[in-house]
Design a protein around this ligand. Structure first.
Ligand SMILES: C[S@@+](CC[C@H](N)C(=O)[O-])C[C@H]1O[C@@H](n2cnc3c(N)ncnc32)[C@H](O)[C@@H]1O
Length: 277
């Protein structure tokens, strides 16, 4: 692929999903786009780019955008955010929402579902305390393919070995050959929907807890700032925002401050004394 095609694809991806592709990541374009080339009956990546330039093949545009996303995820990723959710955020919600007896959690950029299902398993563990409560988990992603996988909730041996405690595996999954099927009870606790964080973030409504982990790392500064502003308006004043371990709001968005001593958890600056204390 020549420099002109690379520049076009870089701008195309940044405009569609926020993904920033640097020249040293050119190899990713080959490995991820060749299946799209073949599935559309084309011969080369420049053939794809020529069609994208015309702007008339939305199916190809969606397929290219989805193929370039990184969908790496695992159950209880990094442990500590889920420990904090279980030990501090959930008790806080049970106390502060005891009149309404309901709260909403949003997993933005949920990939294949391990993150929302980890939260659902935690809520299931607390089912006695949550009796009579409405706890909603909405999980969204830009990739239709990955959402379809997430809804099916069928995981490989490798995937269930990463981060999932063995007692939860045995309790909530049934083995089917090389795969593990998550129980309907946990699956039904999560609602999956398409959402592009660049476009429709303001339409999602309000949430008490937002997990938006390991997606901001792919964006440039302006995109991170505008997504964080969107998350701010989607989060209730005493809510908690969870970011990935290598992501931060510092120097990007003054609307959030970190919860002391817990990596990756933020609360709204305007409501400093509201969360975890
Ligand atoms: C690395 S995964 C993170 C999954 C999960 N949050 C975790 O931490 O394990 C990143 C996800 O972000 C999604 N994504 C990328 N750009 C997006 C956008 N503009 N809007 C919504 N989701 C996006 C990708 O499809 C991918 O599933």
């Amino acid at each position: 692929m020549g420099p002109r095609d690379f520049e076009f694809l870089k701008d195309f991806l940044q405009g569609r999903s926020g993904l920033v592709i640097t020249p040293d990541k050119k190899y990713l374009i080959d490995t991820r786009l060749l299946p799209v080339v073949h599935s559309h009956g084309l011969k080369t990546i420049p053939d794809v780019i020529e069609i994208l330039r015309c702007g008339e093949n939305e199916i190809l545009a969606v397929d290219v955008t989805e193929a370039m996303t990184t969908n790496e995820s695992l159950f209880f990723r990094d442990d500590s955010p889920f420990d904090l959710f279980r030990q501090q955020i959930l008790p806080m919600l049970l106390e502060r929402r005891k009149d309404k007896r309901k709260f909403r959690i949003w997993c933005a950029a949920c990939s294949s579902g391990q993150e929302p299902y980890s939260l659902a398993m935690i809520l299931h563990q607390e089912q006695n305390r949550l009796a009579g409560w409405k706890a909603e988990i909405v999980a969204t992603d830009i990739s239709h393919d990955i959402l379809e996988r997430a809804r099916k909730a069928i995981f490989t041996q490798f995937e269930v070995q990463r981060g999932l405690p063995v007692e939860m595996l045995l309790k909530h999954f049934v083995q089917d050959g090389d795969y593990w099927q998550l129980s309907d009870q946990i699956r039904n606790m999560v609602r999956f929907e398409y959402l592009n964080l660049l476009e429709s973030i303001k339409s999602v409504g309000k949430f008490d807890v937002i997990f938006c982990r390991n997606v901001l790392i792919y964006f440039d500064l302006d995109t991170k700032r505008s997504v964080l502003e969107g998350l701010r308006s989607a989060l209730v004043n005493d809510g908690a925002l969870f970011l990935g371990g290598s992501e931060s709001t510092m120097g990007i968005c003054e609307d959030f401050i970190p919860v002391p001593d817990v990596r990756g958890v933020y609360r709204k600056t305007e409501c400093i004394d509201s969360v975890a204390g």
